[in-house]
Design a protein around this ligand. Sequence first.
Ligand code: NCD
Ligand code: ZN
Length: 449
Amino acid sequence: MTELLFRGATVYTPDGPGDFDVSVSDGVITSVGPGGSGRGRVVDVAGKWLLPGGIDVHVHSRDPGFPDKEDFGTLTAAAAAGGVTTVIDMPNTVPAVDSAGVLEAKAALARSRSRVDFGLWALIRSSSTPEQLQALAAAGATGFKAYLGYGFDDGRKQVLYAPESDDPQLETPPDYGTLARLGPALAAIGLPVVIHAEDPAVLNSFKRPYETYADVLASRPPEAESVAISASAAVARQCGFHLHVAHVSSARGLASAEEAVAAGTSLTIETCPQFLWLSDADYQRLGTAMKMNPPVRTAADQAALREGLRRGVSGVVATDQAPHTDEEKAGDLEHAPPGTPGVQTLYLSCLELAKQMGDPWLATRWVSEGPAALAGLGESKGRISPGYDADLVLIDPTRSTTFSPRAMRSRQKHGALEGLRVSFAIDSVYLRGARVGAKAGGRMVTPSG
Ligand code: NCD
Ligand code: ZN
């Protein structure tokens, strides 16, 4: 039996921070108590903070499908470097994860490359059947993702951002009707349904070419987000499934989500570091590194999202880590693909924001405890407590970090948070009691139900 004793750190437990010994046996936390109470080989971590490993519920591994952009090896190297010990991967890989067979093949691939634990979201297509969803759940999916308005190329088995509506090859995107049709099955399965919340009808009405960043904001107004949230929430409430709103980017979107919760919808809200740290003014500095869907909006949106997080309205911060190649991103605003890497900077950027709000420990709720609950991992991950996986991050609160392209482990080096300086550094990271290393060792996580 491998026994370890972390001694001397300030430990963040569900009851708050304290100076505790944490013992670990065979990858699981066995005790958290006052100094001298634990057993095992001592790891001296004096002066550090010991936090639960991060869980990023919104990443795009690009694997299989786009090895030039990313794969599970580079994705999870970036995650591990940033204190994220579990990633939940989105299904828009190729082939897209629309059946149990595809999910199982992807799981085998991820196991062979992943340095941290991983889960897999499954895709809802307009043609999905209840039986397919049930089989995906039985194969271990974390839940389901519906890309409202995104087309599907059934020949290439690929989700597309901006489908030409007259292309006969393309399957109709999933819409509120799809959610209503599949709603009873989704409710019976009991797993969360994630939506990419940009209403296609609103987007179509406002669409214009992107010459300046103002065109981006005019083309994708906050109404696209608020309408998608309200309509999906109405379906979720009536059918009884849990709705998780990915990457909320606007004050209006947040307000619609909060109204839906007040009306009794089972709904969780995710926002992203890029929306919490940036506004349209940063486009001048960042250029297309900041192009993503939904877009980074105004300073007023940024302030509302921060306030929502502080009040606990949004319980999950995830990155929407969506890398492309630096060459692709070097294109002009109209043609550069949307998305930014971010998994590596999730934990530290949240610690810094929480510190600015007066309580750095809040960050562990946003990036660990809240995401664990969403992904059905609330009994095994997300806390430093006996019985939980020893997924641990040691933070050095005396060293600062400036996010730089040189340190990025993702294939895409220029992320939207480039240049941000935070007053913490990652010291070391443990996955189920072992230092995260260069080799695969990640396991698939499945919801406990
Ligand atoms: C994502 C991607 O590239 O896969 N891009 C993005 O701008 N967010 C798609 C998504 O998560 O919606
Ligand atoms: Zn999305």
